[in-house]
Design a binder for this molecule. Structure first.
Ligand code: PLP
Length: 390
């Protein structure tokens, strides 16, 4: 019998991938499946980005690159941050990664160990809790409140800090709730954190370009008082419909960029070279397709919001960002996991139970509205029929 390291039993997963596999299996068997489960744009990567990668391959960009990313790409990231966040950073603080995910894993590896505590949003992206547990640290949930647009309470976060707290993870716009944290709450949290200069903050802003209702994206990078301990995570996956390319970045403060680079050397050496050239084209080329995608999501947001609120037992607050709706389903009398399974098996609608995003997600389902309006309308009609016949 092989003996696995104990830490393997602490690693969680992202259930959305399991739902996707099951949905694909049912579809292969001939079932009509509507997939509102997986969180990725249903658009293709814009052509000029694809062409940049093809050109890079033809030009012979076939070798290893610097582990932290090619300088041209890191410069492009720095320029993009100045344009969209109004903050000038040094491109040496940028570390390019195969996606947004490795940054959260690296941050947890850097700060987590037995005895340490890491705070994270719950319900939240499941990899936070998974990576924290894997590191040996204790995950301390930050509760999000439906009645407050799924914002956290800064007072509660500050009250939850202990001598063991090493890192606080935040995410806005958020997965799975679509929530956008209000600036007043961030102001309050940052002011409170000034009394805790040893605690690092990782701000996952992967949905930074998907904020609706004419709201600006408020980046934690904008707060100077915590900039020397802020890890900013963003990337290309969502903004440019590039989930399968595996490209993301983080801006790491001070010495942390060198640590992240060393982790990258140990883990994957560097990101695929042609993909990095595609990343430059994405940031420096025309933004009209990326903007059009956001506009399309905004239109669908209204459709899904109206439709979800017609289902008996469902109550859906207005999501301010990303491409997720997170209705409260307590009124149906069914648990989130049970309802997720029924929707897929009985009416072919793939969604993800709120409990896949942490224990505090009970009573909710996540709908990804990165799907056509027709699919959304049809999915909701199927759910209405199912629950109406109960
Ligand atoms: C909040 C959040 N952060 C990060 C990621 C990871 O993105 P990537 O595919 O670039 O690793 C996701 C993807 O779903 C996400 O929802």
């Amino acid at each position: 019998m092989m003996q696995l390291a104990n830490r393997m039993s602490h690693l969680g997963t992202e259930t959305a991938f399991e739902v996707l596999a099951r949905a694909n299996k049912l579809a292969a068997e001939g079932r009509s499946i509507i997939n509102l489960g997986i969180g990725q744009p249903d658009f293709k990567t814009p052509d000029h980005i694809v062409e940049a990668a093809v050109k890079a391959l033809h030009d012979g960009q076939h070798g290893y690159t610097p582990a932290n990313g090619i300088p041209e790409l890191r410069e492009a990231v720095a320029a993009d941050i100045e344009a969209y966040r109004g903050v000038r950073i040094d491109s040496d603080q940028v570390v390019v990664q195969p996606g947004g995910k490795p940054t959260m894993f690296f941050a947890c590896m850097m700060f987590g160990e037995p005895g340490a505590e890491i705070m994270y949003p719950n319900p939240g992206f499941p990899i936070y809790e998974s990576a924290i547990r894997f590191s040996g640290a204790t995950p301390v949930p930050i509760r999000l409140y439906e009645e407050n647009g799924f914002s956290f309470s800064a007072d509660e976060v500050l009250a939850g800090i202990t001598k063991r707290t090493r890192l606080i993870i935040l995410n806005s716009p958020a997965n799975p709730t679509g929530g956008v944290t209000q600036k007043a709450e961030l102001d309050k949290l940052v002011a409170g954190l000034e009394a805790h200069p040893d605690i690092a903050v990782m701000s996952d802003e992967i949905y930074s370009r998907m904020v609706y209702d004419n709201q600006p994206h408020v980046s934690l990078l904008g707060y100077e008082s915590i900039r020397d301990r802020l890890i900013l995570l963003d990337g290309w996956s969502k903004t440019y419909a590039m989930t399968g390319w595996r490209l993301g970045y983080a801006v790491w403060p001070g010495e942390l960029a060198a640590h992240a680079t060393r982790l990258a050397v140990n883990d994957h050496s560097c990101v695929n070279a042609a993909t990095q050239w595609a990343g430059i084209a994405a940031l420096t080329g025309p933004q009209d397709e990326a903007d059009a995608m956001v506009k399309a999501f905004d239109g669908r947001r209204q459709v899904i919001l109206d439709e979800l609120n017609t289902i008996p037992g469902f109550r859906c607050p207005r999501p301010g960002g990303a491409f997720y709706a997170f209705p409260n389903i307590e009124g149906t009398g069914q648990g989130a996991q049970a309802l997720q399974e029924r929707l897929l098996e009985e009416v072919g609608v793939a969604v993800v139970a709120g409990t896949s995003f942490g224990a505090l997600g009970e009573g909710y389902l996540r709908f990804s509205y990165a799907a056509s309006t027709e699919s959304i309308t049809e999915a909701i009609a199927r759910i209405r029929v199912l629950l109406g016949n109960d």
